[in-house]
Each structure stands twice: as structure tokens, then as C-alpha cells.
Design a protein around this ligand. Structure first.
Ligand code: GDP
Ligand code: ZN
Length: 303
């Protein structure tokens, strides 16, 4: 076989921002290159590990030739019901909530379910503690790490920095809870609000849906993903969905039917636990809400 003349110059890199079929790839020295994709099938997402080479194209300075297998993927159903990958290779999902805007706890639960289904850890951050301190005890009781901070009080951000240290985290939550403010407070010199992803030609600018990977001083990496303000996991069976509610497992072992969906079935262990307080009504309602939402996308699985 003939050696690829370009092979020598192929090196490994990391996607720190992706938009459609363009990606910003970072080398080991943290230099960044705007890259096009080789071939139609490559669909890069933020935090992908890739093989790429220097090559001038319309897009910029490089071409990605391969996306390496992803360790994890956070995905959601797109408008047509297909699965869209938001980011890859995260080890943790960090959900930010605040006293203002009023927390959407059902959204928090949807992210926690996603973390369970993807197989990564999850944490809940209560921001804006200068306004009011949210009660996160319910999440802590389920086994999730919780941290209370204020982006306005940078001296008190150590617990959040510790949570993010050594992990690749995706920061998610409603618009306005303070995700950008927290990033700005943790990363000196970053103004994530004005950060844009230029296409290298100096003309087009892609700002709207790009996820961006930031490095923290402590070795942590944070994926800022503006596209995940509303979220539901991709369709799975009701049984799989129930495994995303970690506290359901023990109660579900008491259900009369092995394929119980914990809705209208008789002798349901989950509903029994709901009656005597082992499972909170709020979490059960989140489950029912999610079943309805997923059934709308994928009726066959929920009939
Ligand atoms: P994002 O949409 O989650 O990125 O939220 P932003 O970072 O844009 O913050 C939304 C608003 O909340 C802005 O007006 C911030 O100044 C404000 N904000 C963010 N964090 C805090 C905080 O800890 N305390 C207070 N009082 N306001 C905050
Ligand atoms: Zn049941």
C-alpha cells in the first residue's frame, strides 16, 4: 500500500467549538485552528477528539480527517424526532439553577435523568446565593453533589472550582441563571458573552448555537452550551426512562409486573413508595411529564 503523503502531518486534536461542519480544533499547545471536515459524514461536536492536518481551505487552516470514538455523548431529539448530539466526552453534567428565574425543577430532573442514562455523574449548582439560598437537600439526598455559590462573590467560588476540577463538565440550565457569569468569574480574561466563533475569513460569524469548551486553571474543562436551555433526553422505553430516576430502582423491584411503567398498573412498587413518602411527588410528576413528552415523539414505545 502506498503511504499517504500527508500522513506525517496528521496529529491529534480537540474540538473546542463546532458549528455544522466547521470546527475549531485545539492542538496540545492550545493553539486553535479553524478546520473543515474531510468527507461528508464527519459531524463534529464540542469536545470531540479528532485527527487533523494543516491544510488551507475556504474555512481556514486545517482539515479534520477522523473523529475518534466518543466516550460519552449528550444528545436530544431534534424537531424531526432524530437524535442530535450536543457535545461529547463529558464526565459530568452540571445543572445550574437560581432563585431568579424561578427554578424549573422538572428541567433539572430531565438533565439528571440524562446523566443516569449517559452514565456520567451529575451535580446541581444553586447560583445567586446573594439573593436567596435555594434548598438543594432533596438532590443531595438522592446522592447528587450540590454546591451553593454566587457569581457576584468570586471569593466563594472554590467549591464550584473543586467540583469542576479534573472533569470535563457540561454546564446546563435555564437562560438567566448565571452560567456565563459563573464562567466569567472562574476564567480570568474570558468574556464569554462576547466570545464569537469567527470562520477565519473575517466575514461570517457563528455565535448562536455553538458550544464552546473552556479550560479552567485547575485542569477542569467546561463545555458552555447555549443550545440546551430546554432539554429532554432522546426517546427510550418507559422502563429505561424509569432507571434514570435513581431512587425508583428499589421500589420498582416490588412492582407486580416486570415491565411495569409505574403509571396505571396495579400493585406498583413505585406508586406504593409515593404513598409512604419514599419517592417524592415532585420527582414522580417529573417522570410522568417526561413519559408524556417522550410518548409524543415516539408513540410506539409508550403505547
Ligand atoms: P446565563 O443565561 O445562564 O448565561 O445567565 P447570565 O450569566 O447571562 O446571567 C443572567 C443575569 O443574572 C445577569 O444579569 C447577571 O448579571 C445576573 N447574575 C448572574 N449571576 C448572579 C449572581 O450570582 N447574583 C446576582 N445577584 N445576579 C447574578
Ligand atoms: Zn411500577
Amino acid at each position: 500500500m502506498k503511504a499517504d503523503p500527508n500522513n506525517e502531518s496528521i496529529s491529534s486534536g480537540r474540538v473546542v467549538a463546532a458549528h455544522g461542519r466547521h470546527a475549531v480544533v485545539e492542538d496540545h499547545a492550545h493553539n486553535r485552528y479553524h478546520c473543515a471536515m474531510k468527507g461528508r459524514r464527519l459531524r463534529p461536536v464540542c469536545a470531540d477528539e479528532v485527527r487533523w492536518r494543516l491544510e488551507q481551505t475556504d474555512v481556514g487552516d486545517g482539515v479534520v480527517v477522523e473523529i475518534l470514538p466518543r466516550r460519552t455523548e449528550l444528545a436530544r431529539p431534534d424537531r424531526r424526532g432524530r437524535t442530535e448530539v450536543i457535545a461529547s466526552n463529558m464526565s459530568q453534567i452540571v445543572v445550574v439553577i437560581a432563585p431568579q428565574p424561578e427554578p424549573d425543577y422538572s428541567l433539572v430532573d430531565r438533565y439528571l435523568v440524562a446523566a443516569e442514562l449517559v452514565g456520567v455523574s451529575a451535580a446541581v449548582v444553586g447560583n445567586k446565593s446573594d439573593i436567596a439560598t435555594l434548598n438543594l437537600a432533596g438532590f443531595a439526598a438522592l446522592g447528587y453533589l450540590t454546591v451553593t455559590v454566587s457569581a457576584c462573590q468570586p471569593d466563594g467560588l472554590a467549591p464550584l472550582m473543586d467540583l469542576l476540577s479534573g472533569q470535563t463538565s457540561i454546564l446546563v440550565g435555564q437562560s438567566g441563571v448565571g452560567k456565563s457569569s459563573l464562567l466569567n468569574a472562574m476564567i480570568p480574561g474570558l468574556d464569554s458573552r462576547t466570545q464569537t466563533l469567527s470562520d477565519g475569513s473575517g466575514e461570517g460569524r457563528h455565535t448562536t448555537t455553538a458550544s464552546i469548551l473552556h479550560h479552567l486553571g485547575n485542569g477542569g474543562e467546561v463545555i458552555d452550551s447555549p443550545g440546551v436551555r430546554d432539554y429532554a433526553p432522546p426517546p427510550v422505553s418507559a422502563r429505561q426512562l424509569a432507571t434514570g430516576f435513581i431512587e425508583f430502582a428499589e421500589a420498582a423491584s416490588q412492582c407486580r409486573f416486570a415491565d411495569c411503567r409505574h403509571l396505571a398498573e396495579p400493585d406498583c412498587g413505585v406508586k406504593a413508595a409515593l404513598e409512604h413518602g419514599g419517592i417524592s411527588r415532585r420527582r414522580y410528576e417529573s417522570y410522568c411529564h417526561l413519559v408524556e413528552r417522550l410518548a409524543a415523539i415516539d408513540p410506539d414505545n409508550y403505547s
